[in-house]
Design a protein around this ligand. Structure first.
Ligand SMILES: *Cc1c(COP(=O)(O)O)cnc(C)c1O
Length: 412
């Protein structure tokens, strides 16, 4: 058990937290300590209201008139611009659309088209699997090659053979943050372009894609952006590339004039050319509503709370869990770590199942990593204590040994 004074201190931090009121903007299930907002964000009341409105009024009553009357036509760009505030992008450079995998497919092809003489895509060997799969499949289609290197070697491997450096800004396991300004500048110095995946960045860790002169970026709508399961992803194309950049999935919503029904494709001017088919209006509306929770929030405040929650976790982890066989699998340097933490244990999967049965939700990443996200808008400092205490109890009572926890479920 944790000493009561630990909880008293954490509760004191919550009382002084400038973001404490934001928690009420979310539906948070009773009896659950949710530490998985980096996998699927909680439901904001505003997302539900906005989705209800899109279904009942805009679809139900407005029907096809809502393309103009409810401005469905411009929704991907309007939602994109709202996300832009969170990642340092001026308006007109982002659309919310597709899934992260597909947006990566689009921008990678666009970037490679801009680099006709170069055939190498450089990435981190531990990048998120879907990113690796997409890079490989594009490389296969185009006779390019993917150079997968260790995180520490990425900077040194950027040379003038590299067409595109494609990285995930915050590592999905370790939460280590890449030096976006440094890597982007190094890439540009040798004529390479950059694609940043901001799946674990947007909504938790501020970044400045315009300021860093990032070329392309993609990211996820259902993690810290709380857009709901399968929410549209987003893609960013820097203004300076938009005229020359082409994406490979030509569809009518990326056409200059979709309702001319022209038999030949003529890409829209600007970011809209990165759309393909009809937008998922209901899902986009939910994401649009979800973004209300960020209104009026200073990103520096968000970052500071996330950083502080992870620090509190690490102090308790060192004091209580290391001696019980847990090994930290996360970055320690506060400047270089994101908003989640990972640690490993040989019985990691069973321990995670036992924690879930006690209402502590995180996720397990093979082979032995337990991962917990701290979403600064709705997690409390007290949640850190709850997690540590529940883990201690599971270890002491040995509940992780239950037979049913030995069977791997389809989603971990
Ligand atoms: C979550 C995540 C994705 C998700 O991809 P989808 O195609 O949207 O399912 C992609 N990349 C990274 C780095 C992620 O963390």
């Amino acid at each position: 058990m944790l000493d009561r004074s630990v909880f008293e201190r954490l509760v004191g931090l919550d009382a002084a937290d400038p973001l404490q009121d934001r928690r009420h903007l979310f539906h948070l299930p009773q009896g659950i300590t949710y530490l998985d907002g980096n996998s699927l964000g909680c439901l904001p009341h505003s997302a539900r209201r906005r989705a209800d409105q899109a279904v009942a009024k805009e679809w139900g009553e407005g029907l096809i008139r809502s393309w103009l009357g409810a401005q469905w036509l411009t929704l991907p760009g309007r939602v994109g611009d709202r996300i832009g505030r969170l990642i340092g992008a001026a308006v007109g450079q982002i659309v919310a659309t597709d899934s992260t995998s597909i947006t990566l497919y689009k921008v990678l092809n666009a970037a490679l088209d801009l680099q006709p003489k170069r055939l190498t895509i450089l990435t981190d060997q531990d990048n998120f699997p879907t990113d690796l799969y997409i890079l490989d499949s594009v490389a296969q289609q185009r006779n390019c090659r993917v150079r997968r290197v260790r995180q520490d070697d990425v900077a040194a491997e950027i040379d003038d053979t590299v067409a595109v450096v494609a990285l995930t800004h915050v590592d999905y396991k370790s939460a280590a943050i890449y030096d976006m300004p440094g890597i982007t500048a190094k890439a540009h110095a040798v004529g390479a372009l950059t694609i940043w995946d901001l799946a674990h960045t947007a909504g938790a860790i501020p970044c400045d894609v315009d300021g860093c002169q990032v070329d392309f970026a993609v990211g996820c709508g259902y993690k810290y952006l709380n857009g709901g399961p399968g929410a549209p992803a987003f893609l960013y194309v820097a203004k300076r590339h938009q005229h020359a950049a082409r994406q490979p999935l030509h569809g009518w919503f990326g056409h200059r004039a979709p309702f001319d029904f022209s038999p030949s494709y003529d890409p829209a001017v600007g970011i809209a050319r990165f759309l393909s088919g009809t937008p998922s209006v209901v899902a986009l509306s939910a994401l649009d509503g979800a973004l209300d929770v960020f209104e009026g929030v200073e990103l520096a405040t968000l970052r500071e709370k996330s950083r502080r929650m992870v620090s509190e976790f690490l102090a308790l982890f060192d004091a209580h869990l290391v001696s019980r066989g847990f090994v930290l699998a996360s970055e320690r340097d506060p400047k270089r770590r994101g908003s989640h933490i990972s640690f490993s244990h040989p019985q990691g999967y069973r321990i995670m199942r036992a924690l879930a049965d006690r209402g502590i939700i995180g996720d397990f990443r093979a082979p032995d990593v337990l991962r917990f996200g701290f979403a600064p808008l709705y997690n409390r400092f007290a949640d850190v204590g709850t997690l540590i205490e529940a883990t201690l109890e599971v270890m002491e009572a040995g509940t992780w040994q239950r037979e049913e926890y030995g069977v791997r479920q389809a989603v971990t």
